[in-house]
Design a protein around this ligand. Structure first.
Ligand code: BGC
Length: 342
């Protein structure tokens, strides 16, 4: 009798063991199915403040995702030092190494075809970010996406900062009291959609607020702080007190203008930027700059991650992000001015 009971216990134990083993086996099979998701990430250059902030966020998002969901992610990050042909080679290498998805910050946004063709041949989806391919290229395949910001709206809000300051206290902006705002425009890049649209949008917003404007001068500073400082110095030497406002396509260039103001010990803070970098916000808090439009780079990194991960794992990106009909997703933005620190 005792012996029979022993057999029953043994049979129960073996059945339980088999169930547990089956679960473990299934788990490892699933893990094998998803395996490690490999993201090939390529930026146009390494030393761009906004892009490196965004890359920092992307890396953090990926590691918390790994921890939370127990998946393995491999982020390969390369920088092209401003050369499209270098970037093309980097992408070809990611493809040959079997990466699952590509996240590309193009050097030349009008020159995306090489990358698109290689990706299509290898059936590897691409999320372009920050430097927007032309619609004709993006529309070539339904596994190409773009994540960025609405640059016209960035510009409109930037111009609004100036218009609001003018309406609050006209004399603080229109220093010579001629009813016209004389301004200098410092632009990012000739063919960058954010530069072109921000430049147009900012000036248009001031006009739309019923204020006349006059452009004294302007130039390209490649989004860079030191280039903007040098350019602004030339303008201040040439136009001096005639300059009432300096409009910059991003915060780094606004900070360059501030560097010049401080070096030459000028009394000038009617400077606006876009991005909301930590240094930009600090300058606003310290009264060195009128305001900025914060492009939420963390939100932008989250969009890149969500869409890329969805594509790599066979999920429709529309299920995880607010994707527009043109296969783009746009990060939110908001304004910060000196008033916010009062
Ligand atoms: C940002 C700039 C950045 C540029 C790089 C823009 O959207 O505002 O700060 O340098 O993108 O492409």
């Amino acid at each position: 009798m005792k012996k029979r009971r022993g057999y029953v216990y043994l049979a129960i134990a073996l059945t339980l063991l088999a169930i547990v083993a089956a679960f473990i086996f299934r788990g490892s099979e699933e893990q094998q199915e998803i395996g490690t998701v490999k993201f090939g990430i390529a930026t146009y250059r390494e030393d761009d403040t906004f892009i490196s902030n965004m890359m920092g966020s992307l890396t953090e998002i990926a590691s918390s995702y790994e921890e939370e969901f127990g998946v393995r992610l491999n982020l390969g990050i390369v920088h092209a030092q401003n050369s499209q042909s270098t970037q093309n080679d980097q992408i070809a290498r990611f493809i040959s190494l079997g990466y699952d998805v590509l996240c590309v910050n193009l050097v030349d946004r009008t020159n995306a075809l090489y990358i698109i063709d290689r990706a299509m041949e290898a059936n590897i989806p691409v999320v372009f970010f920050n430097r927007e391919p032309v619609q004709e290229d993006l529309g070539k395949w339904d596994r190409l996406y773009y994540v960025g910001t609405d640059a016209s709206e960035n510009g409109r809000l930037e111009g609004q900062i100036i218009a609001d300051a003018y309406h609050r206290d006209p004399g603080s902006i229109d220093k010579n009291g001629d009813g016209i705002i004389q301004y200098i425009m410092i632009e990012g890049e000739v063919r960058h959609q954010d530069a072109v649209l921000r430049t147009e949008g900012s000036v248009q917003a001031i006009r739309d607020a019923g204020i006349a404007v006059e452009k004294l001068d302007g130039g390209i500073a490649s989004w860079e702080r030191h280039t903007a400082a040098a350019l602004a110095e030339q303008y201040f030497e040439k136009y001096g007190d005639q300059i009432e406002v300096v409009i910059c396509n991003n915060d780094d260039m606004a900070l360059g203008v501030i560097d010049m103001v401080e070096r030459l010990e000028l009394d000038f803070s009617n400077i606006v930027g876009i991005d909301g970098t930590p240094a930009g916000r600090e300058a606003i808090r310290d009264g060195k700059m009128l305001g900025t439009v914060v492009i939420d780079y963390e939100a932008q990194a989250q969009l890149i991650f969500d869409i890329a991960y969805a594509l790599a794992t066979g999920v429709d990106p529309h299920e995880v992000a607010d994707v527009r009909e043109d296969q783009s997703a746009r990060a939110p933005m908001y304004v910060i001015t000196a008033q916010d620190y009062n």
